[in-house]
Design a protein around this ligand. Sequence first.
Ligand code: PAF
Length: 280
Amino acid sequence: MQQISTIAELRQVLSEIRRKGQKIGLVPTMGNLHQGHLSLVDIAKQRADVIVATIFVNPMQFIEGEDFESYPRTLDNDLSMLDEKKVDIVFTPSVEEMYLEGAETEVTVLSLDNIHCGHFRPGHFKGVATVVNKLFNIVQADVAVFGKKDYQQLLVIKRLVRDLCIQISILSGETIREENGLAMSSRNRYLSDSERIQAAKLYESLRHIADEIRKGNTDFTGLQKSSIGVLKKNGLRPDYVEICDADSLGSPTSNNLVIIAAAWLGKARLIDNVAVHTYD
Ligand code: PAF
């Protein structure tokens, strides 16, 4: 596996790969890798010949007071995991390499920017869209893979690609979970052993809502409210639990729904979602 830290070198190496007619698969990450990330590499491998993973803790997507400084950075371990997974190239740029002095161009997907997580983390999705757009421009991959756990992020990226006519296929990977149902996340590191057990309540609560909807319960406001109550009773501090249209994250008007939620537990902000189709 080749580790590259400058845009110029990466472009040179990739242009050679492209010249040979090989397809490039991109897996963007912020490092502190876990099985969830590795499952995205597996998906990329099914559709590309050469896999580029990126490790970049993107300052622009952290809002003031968040954990940018303390975000877990575990480069050596990440590199050995990617090497073992037979990733071909890992791109590990510095902040200065990704954000040139005086850079002032930002990308915002308007309809998704300040709802749900965007409401609680203003500017977060602008940071994600801007850095992902940069990575797409740098790597010019054929496919890129993102996890469904970050559901709103996935929609932001799909919309960005559509609206800016970027030539890339966006693939998504299922959420990988711990045995108790807790969605894997780098920020789970912030949880104590007992909090990890409590944290599983989030997924349990979303699954309960999904079951109720499948049984025909259409009192969405009531379901959201009671789920928030259950989470609070279990020591979590929910930001929101919302039943939404799965394509727009707007009001639940279609048969294709997603229940999305974010809740704090100790120092960790957990997010999760469950899809529900109500065709029958
Ligand atoms: O999901 C993440 O790890 C990040 O938001 C991403 C997509 C790598 C952009 O920094």
